[in-house]
Design a protein around this ligand. Structure first.
Ligand SMILES: Nc1nc2c(ncn2[C@@H]2O[C@H](COP(=O)(O)OP(=O)(O)OP(=O)(O)O)[C@@H](O)[C@H]2O)c(=O)[nH]1
Ligand SMILES: [Mg+2]
Length: 435
């Protein structure tokens, strides 16, 4: 349990009895003792850490109490702290305070949640880099450079005699440099989003081609029911695995066909919805049978999407060749047996290749948040607009200054220099209490 604020120490000292009666109460030390209620009854034996401002997470006085973890104990100690004047933190309030006191910029505060939510080593690595503040630093450099450029334009506006000397050619390269920087960051988002949210891979195909068998095979687990009866799977089934450092959400679906009853019809409907959301589709066909009209139809409907056509059951005598399939499949083709596991390892690496161009590059700045992507995109557009204005004669300096200001504001929203309360509420509302 942790307390932050000017009363933290007083509240802690009124409920904690140190084992050493001459407790020195030095900052940044750990003390053994007991939590005592108002009747003097012992609640628990605990370790208490006192950390006085400013070298703390929130830059306020902070006390942390390590008690025995259990709902009853925690609840009782919390209640005692509240009785002595503490109040419950709001979600993310500790990190919000760290941000408001200037210890973290907004990208770092957001990274706290990213670290907590990271599920793979690769996403943790990117989150940790954000927590270190690399992204924030890079954006502040861009913002500072733009502020310098803006200052020159504004000086020219204030002193028209100098404006004559302000050549658009002298400003454009500086702006172009920042456009490139924002552009490079924007280009990392697809990868960043996949790292953060995981990749949704949907397995689709006609009934009985082995979709559920493939899901089980990739999971190494008998997760979905497999049977020789077409139409076995009716609802979709989702499970996660890690491939190439990325979390992959695998989804098995109901076979695509004219539904035989109302429930199957609902299943097929759901399959179509999931297909629309997929980052990658694995369209499965049964190599031991001939292609059907339904396969051609489904492959045509998927055209333009990221997909792989997968021939299954290659352990059986084949009636369908890769060459035949190539004529109708707009996608690359893989061949596997979900029964024997043949071709599965290769399929895994092709999934990663297709979705990410082979593994994730966790070096360099990567953006992972939709919020950052939007502000960067708008900032880049303003800068491009400013460049277009510089081409005009005479140059509309006032408008150019406005575009620069707007771009600077967009960058400030990411790092938190210029951010409204509503946005802060939304960001920190996602945290849990106590973070
Ligand atoms: N020989 C062979 N049989 C397979 C293979 N993959 C699946 N099967 C068999 O094909 C049948 C159908 O497999 P499922 O995994 O249930 O197929 P499905 O596509 O999920 O079928 P629905 O849920 O009905 O759409 C089962 O009898 C499996 O044992 C394979 O690679 N080789
Ligand atoms: Mg199935």
């Amino acid at each position: 349990m942790r307390l932050s604020g000017p009363q933290a120490e007083a509240i802690a000292r009124s409920i904690f009895r140190p084992r050493n009666p001459d407790c020195p109460w030095h900052s940044h030390q750990l003390y053994l003792g007991r939590i005592i209620d108002s009747q003097g009854a012992v609640v628990d034996e605990v370790l208490l850490t006192l950390m006085r401002a400013p070298h703390t997470y929130t830059r306020e006085d902070v006390v942390e109490i390590n008690c025995h973890s259990g709902y009853g104990v925690l609840h009782r100690i919390l209640q005692l702290a509240l009785e002595h004047g503490a109040r419950l933190a709001r979600p993310g309030e500790f990190t919000l305070r760290a941000f408001l006191s200037g210890r973290l910029d907004l990208t770092q505060a957001e990274a706290v949640l990213e670290v907590i939510q990271a599920r793979t080593a690769a996403s943790l690595k990117v989150a940790a880099a954000h927590l270190e503040g690399r992204l924030g630093r890079s954006l502040r450099q861009a913002r500072d450079a733009l502020l310098d450029l803006l200052a020159r334009v504004e000086a020219a506006l204030d002193f028209p005699e100098e404006a004559e000397e302000l050549a658009p050619e002298a400003l454009a390269p500086g702006i172009e440099e920042q456009v490139r920087r924002l552009h490079d960051l924007l280009a990392t988002y697809q990868e960043g989003r996949l790292l953060r949210e995981g990749l949704l891979v949907v397995i689709a195909g006609r009934p009985n081609v082995g979709k559920s068998s493939l899901l089980n095979c990739l999971l190494n687990l008998e997760r979905a029911i497999v049977s020789e009866i077409p139409g076995t799977t009716r609802d979709f089934i989702e499970e996660s695995i890690t491939l190439g450092g990325v979390r992959v959400r695998l989804m098995d679906t109901a076979g695509l066909r004219e539904a035989q009853d109302r429930v199957e019809e609902m299943g097929v409907e759901r399959t179509r919805e999931r297909l629309a959301q997929a980052d990658l589709v694995l369209y499965l066909v049964d190599g031991s049978t001939l292609l059907e009209e339904a396969d051609c139809q489904a492959l045509m409907e998927l055209a333009g999407r990221a997909a792989l056509t997968v021939i299954n059951k290659i352990d059986l005598p084949l009636r369908l060749s890769e060459a035949q399939l190539q004529q109708i499949s707009p996608f690359p083709i893989a061949a596997i047996s979900a029964l024997t596991g043949a071709g599965i390892e290769e399929l895994k690496s092709r999934i990663v290749d297709l979705a990410l161009g082979g593994g994730v590059k966790t070096a360099g700045e990567i953006i992972t948040q939709a919020r950052h992507y939007q502000h960067l995109g708008r900032g880049r557009d303003c800068l491009k607009q400013a460049l277009a204005l510089l081409e005009q004669t005479p140059v509309p300096w006032e408008l150019t200054a406005l575009e620069l200001q707007e771009a600077i504001r967009e960058l400030g929203e990411i790092t938190g220099e210029e951010v409204g309360d509503a946005i802060l509420d939304r960001i920190f509302g996602e945290f849990c209490i106590g973070k």
